[in-house]
Design a protein around this ligand. Structure first.
Ligand code: SF4
Length: 346
């Protein structure tokens, strides 16, 4: 059996032709799968015999809402989705002035081990298929009744550790016969898998690359991100410049402000010196506190001072607005709470 929603339109056409069907049937099916999201029985413009054949050869992946939390402050919705095999992932629907954005997961769990992140606490369970990434967008649109205009691959998982499926997702989500999102409205966040950043640069897509830097030197970076043992900051910044040259896109650097660890003035100077002259923007993220890690978020005053210091090196930086501050906002926390709850129940 094949995951039909993960097939591109061209692949679907080949498959339908092999079944002795005219090519236009593929487009009809593609529109159902990526639009209304109905089952085969709901594809009312297909002959019954074809619907039955499809049922025998393909399955349609979807995600089910297990729980959701709605912020009373700004309407942000955080979903815990259950997958077909009982795994759980998280997704966040955010309302901005310029439109709605969904932050999606690309893996169930994560094996990257970043010290400030709850998603990695129990390792990687499995990669998500392209259809499971698309389904997170569709489920949020169905539930809210609102259109999604932007996607960030910044939820649970390291997108470049699931390269093939993420690339397939990027092809599918931008197909004008389906969700039809421009790549310019998509951001991919990576902890810095240098080889795959280079590979992505070669694809020449117009997506924004968002790199979790979090420290300006190898020593500090290694203490909070195990990936820094594999690639140095120099190698990472070289790969980022390669991406920038290949795509013309400005890199977005993510920098978590952990009180007393990453938020000092001397680190701001070091970061400024390293990034000087790079086409980039720095997003400063006051970390969400994770009780297992004993990290505390930087104060607003420390964050503002960091911004001013970077400006002296010509680097623009903003402190990320915390959407959904009253709900389990950090990625991985909702799944963790759910697991703790079900364990207590059991
Ligand atoms: S920050 Fe991203 S890459 Fe790092 S552990 Fe969390 S999900 Fe994985």
């Amino acid at each position: 059996m094949t995951d039909i929603k993960s097939l591109t339109l061209a692949e679907l056409e080949t498959a339908l032709c092999a079944m002795g069907q005219p090519k236009y049937r593929a487009l009809q099916i593609f529109r159902w799968l990526h639009g209304a999201g109905v089952g085969f029985e709901g594809m009312t413009n297909l002959p019954k015999a074809l619907r039955e054949s499809l049922e025998g050869e393909y399955f349609i992946r979807d995600v089910q809402i297990e729980t959701k939390q709605v912020s009373k402050i700004d309407g942000t919705v955080k979903y815990l989705y259950r997958l077909y095999d009982g795994e759980y992932i998280e997704s966040v629907f955010m309302r901005y002035k310029h439109g709605n954005t969904v932050c999606i997961s690309t893996q169930a769990g994560c094996r990257m081990g970043c010290r400030f992140c709850a998603s990695t606490l129990r390792g990687l369970k499995r990669n998500l298929s392209a259809s499971e990434m698309l389904s997170q967008i569709q489920a949020a649109e169905r539930d809210t009744g609102e259109k999604v205009g932007g996607v960030v691959l910044m939820g649970m998982g390291e997108p470049l550790d699931n390269y093939g499926n993420v690339l397939r997702f990027l092809t599918l989500v931008s197909d004008k016969n389906g969700i039809g999102l421009s790549h310019r409205h998509i951001s991919l966040s990576t902890c810095g898998l240098v080889d795959n950043i280079r590979r992505l640069a070669g694809e020449k897509l117009q997506i924004t690359l968002s790199v979790s830097l979090h420290a300006p030197n190898d020593e500090l970076r290694r203490s909070i991100m195990p990936i820094a043992n594999r690639y140095t900051v120099d190698e990472l910044l070289d790969a980022c410049r390669e991406y920038e040259d290949a795509t013309g896109r400005r890199i977005s650097f993510e920098y978590a402000l952990i009180s007393g660890v990453t938020d000092t003035p001397s680190l701001a100077d070091e970061l400024g010196r390293r990034l000087k002259g790079t086409l980039c923007h720095v997003n400063l993220i006051p970390v969400n506190e994770i009780k297992e890690r004993r990290y505390k978020s930087a104060t607003r005053a420390a964050a503002d001072a960091f911004v001013r210091r970077l400006a002296e090196y010509g680097i623009t930086a903003t402190v990320r607005r915390r959407l959904g501050a009253d709900i389990s906002a950090a990625c991985g926390q909702l799944r963790d709470e759910h697991d703790a709850y079900t364990k207590e129940e059991g």
